[in-house]
Design a protein around this ligand. Structure first.
Ligand code: SF4
Ligand code: SF4
Length: 384
């Protein structure tokens, strides 16, 4: 069987209507899943919360109902932010089995572990909850997706290493030493405890695909036939202790490209690492807001502010030196689709509690509003 270094991340599946994550493009999803499985890969990563809480059901329809259970591996996650009490854990777990139409999960993770939910997790002992489910045969491998400091990771593993088989970390070449991610140190902690690492966000929400021109030129000059994305995947998969890298794919071309990266995987050479170091410098100098577009911040925003979309537009506008028009149009269209403007933020702070990147979203929205809502660029929104 093919080495399973390459997993299908189902966080951003193709949809039919922008801004409506539950409007799955089933035809396209089926084609992508078919192509991925046909290449000999089998790992699918979903979660209770993805796609407006509908993603597990979409996987049932497009994967589980269409393929024999032993032809794929399914990973899903306990939504820690939604757990209100100990009973909730059992209810949610059972609901997930039903959503997916399975008897067991191959991989089951505590989702988005961080300081904001850690005390609650200790109180309800979610760690032993998943261990018990493993003993019952309803989970084959237990894990945790983690978005916080290496200190917290160390603290959790010191206490609960026996409950967790693997760790899912955000690892990509721009986040290795970013103060809000510290991927290098988190990897070192996981390695010290002998926990294999699955990588999420290897391309940082697409940031490492749409790189500045100067960065792309460096990579293309070095290896004209290698895609920009392949550098990011190879970097992630080359890190110590990494056994799997997730990729959210939206086209058959991406499946093919990732296949060529992983079918006979070669770690980065020292020369290639030097190219990546220069690329990282260029990208860091050009990224105003290191948002991964995970959308965790938008669930409870009382003003329905399209935070990641505004940050993407802001990043684009900050990279350009000339015309404002396309990004301003993009911003205006988002508002007209029914989202609150950046300036309508009431600073309640819900979003910042949910942000795995620990971004100062409220302050950043002020900057977004200054950029997009002044200077006559912004027409008044029609009252709904
Ligand atoms: S602080 Fe602003 S953007 Fe964040 S959830 Fe509250 S209203 Fe929404
Ligand atoms: S602001 Fe934070 S939570 Fe929101 S999409 Fe970006 S990274 Fe995710």
């Amino acid at each position: 069987m093919k080495e399973q270094r390459f997993g299908f991340g189902c966080m951003r599946l193709p949809i039919l209507e922008a801004g409506h994550p539950e409007t799955f493009d089933y035809e396209k999803i089926a084609a992508l899943f078919d192509a991925y499985l046909a290449k000999g890969f089998r790992y699918f990563d979903t979660a209770y919360t993805y796609h407006g809480y509908e993603c597990e059901k979409a996987l049932k329809k497009m994967l589980i109902d269409r393929y024999p259970r032993d032809s794929f591996e399914l990973a899903t996650k306990m939504p820690l932010r939604d757990v209100k009490d100990a009973e909730d854990m059992s209810d949610i777990f059972e609901e997930q089995l039903t959503n997916c139409g399975v008897e067991y999960f191959d991989y089951y993770l505590l989702h988005n572990m961080g300081m904001n939910v850690y005390e609650k997790c200790r109180q309800y002992d979610v760690f032993h909850f998943v261990l018990k489910k493993k003993e019952e045969g309803k989970i084959l491998h237990t894990g945790m997706s983690f978005h916080d400091t290496p200190d917290l990771l160390e603290k959790i593993l010191a206490e609960y290493a026996d409950c967790l088989d693997f760790i899912q970390l955000q690892v990509n070449y721009v986040d290795m030493d970013q103060p809000n991610v510290r991927a290098r140190e988190c990897l070192a902690v996981a390695n010290r405890y002998g926990k294999p690492v699955t990588v999420m966000e290897p391309c940082k929400g697409g940031t490492l695909i749409n790189v500045p021109e100067a960065a792309a030129k460096l990579m293309k000059d070095y290896a004209p036939d290698a895609s920009i994305a392949s550098w990011a995947f190879r970097f992630a998969a080359s890190q110590p202790g990494v056994t799997r890298v997730l990729s959210g794919m939206n086209s058959i071309e991406q499946v093919e490209d990732n296949y060529s990266t992983f079918e006979s995987f070669t770690p980065l050479s020292a020369e290639e690492e030097a190219v990546i170091a220069k690329v990282t410098e260029i990208i860091n100098a050009n990224t105003a807001v290191p948002c991964t577009a995970c959308e965790y911040c938008t669930h409870d925003c009382p003003k329905n502010i399209a935070i990641p979309l505004y940050f993407a537009a802001y990043n684009s506008i900050m990279r350009t030196t000339g015309s404002y028009s396309s990004q301003v149009g993009y911003y205006n269209n988002t508002v007209h689709a029914g989202h609150g403007k950046a300036s309508e933020c009431i600073k309640c702070g819900q979003c910042e509690k949910a942000c795995p990147q620990h971004l100062p979203i409220r302050d950043l929205l002020v900057k977004v509003a200054e950029k997009f809502e002044s200077g006559g660029f912004f027409p008044t929104r029609a009252k709904k």
